[in-house]
Design a protein around this ligand. Structure first.
Ligand code: ZN
Ligand code: ZN
Length: 371
């Protein structure tokens, strides 16, 4: 079946990797409830379903709204119309005589959990959320292409709205124009609400675009992304509007060097906590350690924020095929803020950028003019 938005699971490799968890963790089956994991493993793009992975087969349960869609999209699993596994689905679970069931605690509401308890009164439930999310860490060529396409579309929309970043225009106007342009260019949706924050409002890392109008001398943070064919983009530029004060320029260059230091370290086997530390160290040496409160990055794929995280709490190491952001920032309350974010792809030779807008001070204007 053609499957434009769903899985590209050639030969069932993804389901096979999920199945490996059965023997690794001593489980009779996996019951997968996270819709993005479901999409990744079997291609279903709708909003309700459960995927049961058994040693010899897989069964996808959905309700009548999605039965036809599931029959078109789902690969590697038989489709059963049985919302919440009951009654036909429950039968499939019971006859498999499962004593240990892998579930995703973070996407399994208590109500569903109780129902499962009724279906499998003696089964022990084990949380496999992290192991399942880790299946999506490494992107294949098809996924990488979709991530690149999403980033390119998102950048096209930025290029179109950048001329609006001038004194007198409000953050909300730019955010709205961005959304319109992204959809006009063919995005499925924004991957998150665009952040447009100028002047003192840029000191709030996740500011909601408001009525403030840009002034000469502002630094404006624009954090933008779209979803295309299921895959997300995520990138941040900090745009100078006219001439900025000296310290703002110094802070900008510090963030730029922090990002470069982190990127220089990225390669297979490098601990992500070290990548975070590389950025943090540059910022600390410039005297702004307290002004960089968030992590350095996060995975990007079917979700705009997914595993692994690149932060002081990371336990994982970079692997070839991983896609994550590197986005240090410095925020001076009531004055200004700077964040620079790229999404990168890990190769054996180091990082390759998925996002392409140059991050040196003011370079975004030249980039937009070149378009
Ligand atoms: Zn972002
Ligand atoms: Zn991000």
């Amino acid at each position: 079946m053609t499957n434009p938005g769903g899985a590209d699971d050639r030969g069932g490799a993804r389901l096979a990797r999920a199945r490996d968890l059965l023997s690794l963790r001593g489980l009779g089956a996996l019951l997968i409830s996270d819709l993005l994991n479901i999409r990744y493993l079997c291609g279903f793009t709708g909003s309700n379903g459960l995927l049961l992975v058994l040693p010899g087969r897989a069964v996808f349960f959905t309700d009548s709204r999605y039965t036809l869609q599931a029959r078109e999209e789902v690969q590697g699993a038989e489709v059963v119309e049985a919302p919440e596994l009951d009654p036909a689905g429950g039968e499939a679970v019971r006859t498999a005589s499962i004593t240990r069931l892998g579930v995703e605690e973070k996407s399994l509401p208590v109500a569903r959990w109780r129902k499962l308890g009724g279906l499998l009164p003696d089964a022990e439930l084990e949380d496999v959320s992290e192991s399942l999310d880790a299946l999506r860490w490494s992107k294949d060529a098809g996924e990488l292409q979709r991530l690149r396409d999403a980033a390119q579309l998102a950048e096209g929309a930025l290029r179109a709205v950048l001329p609006k970043l001038r004194p007198g225009v409000s953050e909300a106007e730019v955010a709205l124009a961005y959304q319109v342009e992204a959809l006009r260019l063919g995005a499925d949706a924004l991957s998150f609400d665009t952040i447009v924050a100028g002047g003192p409002r840029a000191a709030l890392p996740h500011a909601h675009p408001g009525g403030r109008r840009f002034e000469r001398g502002d630094l404006v943070i624009v954090d933008f992304g779209v979803r295309l064919a299921g895959y997300c983009s995520d990138e941040t530029v900090t745009v100078p509007v006219g001439r900025v004060e000296e310290e703002a320029r110094r802070v900008y260059d510090t963030v730029c060097r922090a990002q470069q230091a982190a990127l220089a370290l990225v390669g297979p086997g490098v601990r992500l906590v070290e990548v975070d530390r590389a950025a943090r160290q540059v910022i600390a040496e410039a005297g702004y350690a307290e002004r960089f409160g968030h992590g350095t990055g996060h995975g990007v794929g079917l979700a705009v924020h997914e595993a692994p995280t690149v932060s002081t709490r990371s336990n994982d190491s970079a692997e070839a095929g991983m896609v994550f952001t590197v986005e240090p920032g410095i925020y001076l309350p009531e004055r200004f803020g700077v964040r620079l974010e790229d999404t990168i792809y890990v190769t054996s030779g180091g990082p390759e950028r998925v996002t392409a807008v140059p991050k040196e001070f003011g370079a975004v204007w030249d980039w937009a003019a070149r378009g």
